[in-house]
Design a protein around this ligand. Sequence first.
Ligand code: BGC
Length: 505
Amino acid sequence: MHSSLLPKNQSKWSKRQIQILESIAEDFTVSTVQLESMATQFVHQMRVGLTEQKPSDLAMVPTFVTGRPNGYERGSYLALDLGGTNLRVCLINLKGNHELESHQKAFKVSEHLQEANVSELMDFIANSIKEFITSEHINAQIVAHPTDSESLELGFTFSFPVAQTAIDGGLLLRWTKGFNCPGAVDNDIVKLLQQALDRNKVNVHVAALVNDTVGTLLAHSYTHPGTYIGAIFGTGTNGAYVENTHNIKTMHADSDEMIINTEWGNFDKDKNYLPVTIFDNKLDRESINPGVHVFEKMISGMYLGEITRNVLLHLIDQRVLFEGTSSPKLNKHWSFETKFMSAIEDDTTGSLIPIAQVLEQELDLYINTQADREIVKFVCQLVGTRAARLSAMATAAVIRQGLDKGMLRNHGYPLKLSIHEEERVDQNGASKGADANRELIQVGIDGTVFEHYPRFEERMKQGLVELLGPHARDIIKLDIAKDGSGVGAALAALIATKTASASSR
Ligand code: BGC
C-alpha cells in the first residue's frame, strides 16, 4: 500500500477511511508502465484494423476523405451535426483565407427519439432542416452565396461508428452514447436521411457523411493546415488521423493520404489491458450496450459521473462516507453528472463549502463533514485523472503510428526538437521559446470534457510526456476546435461536390 496516493492535506481521516481509500486509489491509478503497455497494444490494434476487414477492437474506418483543407476553400454549405442530445443545423459560409461565417440552430433530440424507429428520427432531422432553411434570415444568406447545384448541398456529421462505403455513404455498425433506434444498424445512413428529406419535400442533397472526429480534423485544418489528429473528449470519445494510404490494406486508394476514423472507444474490448475496476464493470453491465466501448466508458462525459457515483455508494456501504447514509437522488442511476465532478474538482477553498453546495443542492446529501467532502473530491480526482491519462495514451499511440509508419516520419521518437529548435535551446537546455520554426504535431479537439473539466488538459499533457518524452509538451499542440463538426461537415460537402464534379467532367 502506498499512502502517498492519498491527498496530502486531508483533515483527520479514520484508519478505516485511509485503508479503504488507499485501495480505491490503487485501483484507479494508472502508472507509466501501464500506459506504455496499453499504448503498445493500441498501436497493434490499429495495425490489425488497417489490415483486417472485420477487426474486433479498433474499426479503423477508411473515410474516403483524401487530403485536408488548406484554408482557401470557399462556398456555402449546409451542415448537420448529430451525436448526442442536440441536433445542430448550420449554414457555413467558407470565405477563404482561413475565415468563415456560420449560422446555426440547435434542436433537442428527445429521449423518445433516441430509441424510436430510425425513420422517425430521420423525419425529425428532415423537418428540423426544413425549419432552419425556411427561416427568412437563412434564406437571405443562401441568396447571397448560392451554391452551384440546384438543391442545397449538405454535409452530415454523424457521430456514431459507421463503416464508410463512400464519402457519401456508410452503414451503421452499432449505436453508442444512449442511442438505440431500431432499423439503423447495417443500413446506409445517407440513404435513410435522403429518403426522409425526399419524403418531407426538403430540397437538400446529402453530399457527404463524416464522423465528428473527421469533421473536427477538417475544421481545424482549415484554420491550422497540417493538423494530424481530430479528437473528441465529450459525451463520447474518439479520434481520427491522417494515414499514409500504403498502410491501409482494407481498400485501394489512389491518393497519398486518407483520414482514418479509429473508433478508439472500442479499444481493448475484451479488457485484457485496460485497468478496469469493479466500478467500471458495474457501469458497463447496467449500460444500454454492455461489453461495447468499454474504453469510452472510462473516459467520456456520459460515464465519468456514473463511475464516481458507483464509488461513492461503495464507500457509503462500507460506512466510511456520509455516516453510511445515501439519498434517494444519489441512489438513482446516472444522477451524479460529470459536470458535478468539474464543480467539485474546481473547489480549492479550505472549507470546501462549494462542494457541500453541490452535495446538498444537487443530491440532497445534507450530512457531509469536512472529511466527507475531501473524500468526494479525492474520488473525482482519481476518476478524472485516469480519464485524462487514458486519453493521453490513445493520442500518443496514434502519434506513434505516425512516427513509425505514417505521416510524421520526419519527427524522431521519442520526440526531439528539430535542428532549428536545437539552435534555439540555450546552454542550460532551456528552450528559448521561439515558435517560428517549430514543426508542431497539431491535434484539434472538441468536447465538453476537454473544454470544461478542470486540469484535464494538463493531466493529458503529463501522460503525453511520459509516453513520448519531455519534448512532447513543446511539439504536440492540443487545440480546441470548437464546433468543429459543423464546419467539418461543410468542408466534407465541399470536398465531395468538387470530387463529384471533377469526375463527371
Ligand atoms: C462514437 C464515435 C464518436 C464519439 C465522439 C463514440 O461513441 O462511436 O463515432 O466519434 O462517440 O462523439
